[in-house]
Design a protein around this ligand. Structure first.
Ligand SMILES: Nc1nc2c(ncn2[C@@H]2O[C@H](COP(=O)(O)OP(=O)(O)OP(=O)(O)O)[C@@H](O)[C@H]2O)c(=O)[nH]1
Ligand SMILES: [Mg+2]
Length: 527
């Protein structure tokens, strides 16, 4: 007899299967103050019918209370803090998860105000795409550039520029084209993989989910269509395998598993790996998960790995592909986004946290600050102020395993923690993990450089070189005359006496010259 099976079970399973297998897009909405970020995101959720009825009722009430009459103020869906609603601005970073038929999304609504740039940068550090809002009427501002630069610096490769408030420029194609041209001309050097432009109006919902009736000149996708289809798959899975050990699972004496989130690449039983920073080589034995063993696991999955050899690995260590290991070093050049209250300056000491690993770090070397408001060029500086990006070198108290940030955002990104307050004071990106060989070469070249500069100082102060040479020659020419006479009286030979005197002239001129330059460095006795 057939068991009775509820046909809805299959339908439910199919929905669940599709849901599980949808790709995830993380994006951040950013750009200048008041250009309409929160309103556009709220409108997107509303038009895509992703706002539940009870939230919609609350939104109606809130909109009335905040003076919008019967018009819905969609920004209130994201601006939840009382201060945000009173001031009608975004302050905190608001994350929201939503899913459509085609994709799952995590969106971060960033504040536009410069003083909250750290919130924007935090959101950008995990985003695949930046939705940059530009007010069609007021155009591109310094803050638009700043956010585009911060997003791309933090590894966001796809930019979607929504030219918003098109209703305020009479839906003008020329106004849209002018903003596109201007944005493209400054964004050329940002290295984004794609830049897309869409004319929108959050107020009327034009080109958000549904096509605008006002802009038939625009033939591209709507905002949601683009978000659902943009390919951001230059993926973590194609990179070398990396996993930071979160904890070591030892339920019995026979089982030792290393648990963590795979931060790059893929792993299989039998694969040759190394444990860093120790460098011990071994192989993967099994990949264990809560739902059974796997034949393969990839970036984004949390797994427990067992190894074929008894190696000593603990929390903070990194298990990596033996063929393409990360760099183990105690020195690195980093791009720092300073978020602390005070300033960052050479000599500053912090805790560095990369993945699950920690060490003490000292800021060394020359510091440079990046001009975020214009072209992103770096200029020498003696400190970094809050919300500034800069470049510096860090010296750690022990070697850790790193990748460059542009190779892997997880294993090349870190934070700096104030050792006293325990506040996170900076976000860091590894520009260059300096190998021990490169570190000693750079130490040697620094030493050579300092010798050269000391010598240059020795030979270049107070007395001019011409005067030192002239004085040496005149002193020796007269001083060596008696040497010639004495040598002639002893040897009776003018050639021998001349040679002795000439040798003395040459060697003593050199000695005198250096003696003179050393005296030139002594400040005592000058008038
Ligand atoms: N006319 C018009 N007004 C809009 C449009 N989109 C947003 N606004 C208005 O612009 C103002 C600012 O909108 P928000 O969504 O709060 O702007 P924001 O970019 O999130 O602002 P911050 O988060 O504070 O930087 C609000 O009064 C909105 O009603 C639009 O398409 N057309
Ligand atoms: Mg906002």
């Amino acid at each position: 007899m057939n068991a009775l099976v509820d046909p809805n079970t299959f339908a439910r399973d199919a929905v669940l299967y599709r849901y599980e297998n949808k790709s995830l897009l993380r994006f951040i909405a950013c750009g200048s103050v008041d250009h309409g970020k929160s309103s556009l995101l709220g409108r997107l959720l509303y038009e895509a019918k992703l706002v539940p009825d009870d939230q919609l009722a609350t939104l109606r009430n809130d909109s009335r209370r905040h003076g919008n009459g019967d018009e819905l103020d969609f920004s209130l869906l994201f601006d939840g803090l009382a201060a945000e609603r009173e001031q009608k601005i975004t302050i905190d970073l608001a994350y929201r998860f939503f899913a459509t038929e085609k994709r799952k999304f995590i969106v971060a609504d960033a504040p536009g105000h410069e003083q909250y740039t750290r919130n924007m940068a935090t959101g950008a550090s995990t985003a695949d795409l930046a939705l940059i809002l530009v007010n069609a009427q007021s155009g591109i501002t310094q803050q638009t550039r700043r956010h585009a630069l911060i997003a791309t610096t933090l590894g966001v490769r796809h930019l979607l520029v929504a030219v918003n408030k098109m209703d305020l420029v009479d839906w003008s194609q020329a106004a849209f084209a002018a903003i596109e041209d201007k944005f493209r001309s400054f964004a050329g050097h940002l290295g984004a993989a794609s830049i897309t432009f869409i004319p929108t109006s959050a107020r009327g919902g034009d080109n958000v989910v549904n096509r605008s009736a006002h802009m038939d000149w625009y033939r591209g996708p709507t905002l949601l269509e683009h978000l659902e289809t943009v390919d951001v798959s230059a993926q973590a899975t194609q990179r070398p395998f990396r996993m930071s050990v979160q904890w070591v699972n030892r339920p019995t004496a026979e089982f030792r598993g290393y648990c963590g989130l795979i931060a790059g690449g893929a792993v299989r039983p039998g694969m040759a790996v190394r444990v860093l920073p120790s460098g011990r080589s071994t192989r993967i034995d099994r990949i264990v998960t809560a739902t059974g063993e796997l034949a393969r696991a990839e970036a984004g999955q949390s797994v427990t790995l067992t190894l074929t050899d008894e190696v000593d690995a603990s929390r903070g260590d990194m298990i990596v592909d033996a063929e393409a290991p990360a760099t183990v070093t105690d020195q690195l050049d980093a791009r720092i986004f300073w978020m602390g209250q005070g300033t960052l300056a050479p000599g500053g000491r912090y805790l560095i946290k990369l993945g699950t690993a920690k060490a003490a770090a000292t800021v060394t070397g020359p510091l440079r600050v990046i001009d975020l408001a214009r072209d992103g060029d770096a200029a020498p500086a003696d400190r970094l102020m809050s919300n500034e990006f800069g470049l510096c070198r860090l010296q750690l108290d022990r070697p850790l395993a790193f990748d460059r940030y542009d190779e892997n955002r997880e294993t090349g990104g870190f934070i700096l923690i104030d050792p006293e307050s325990h506040d996170t004071v900076a976000m860091g990106l590894v520009e260059n993990a300096i190998t021990p060989a490169a570190a000693s070469a750079s130490r040697a070249s620094r030493f050579a450089g300092s010798v050269v500069s000391r010598l240059a100082r020795l030979l270049g102060t107070r007395e001019s070189h011409a005067r030192s040479v002239a004085k040496a020659v005149s002193w020796r020419a007269t001083g060596s005359f008696d040497t010639f006479i004495i040598s002639f009286v002893i040897t009776g030979n003018t050639v021998i006496a001349g040679s002795i005197a000439a040798t003395e002239i040459a060697t003593k001129i050199l000695l005198y010259y250096f003696h003179e330059r050393i005296w030139a460095l002594v400040p005592w006795g000058h008038r």
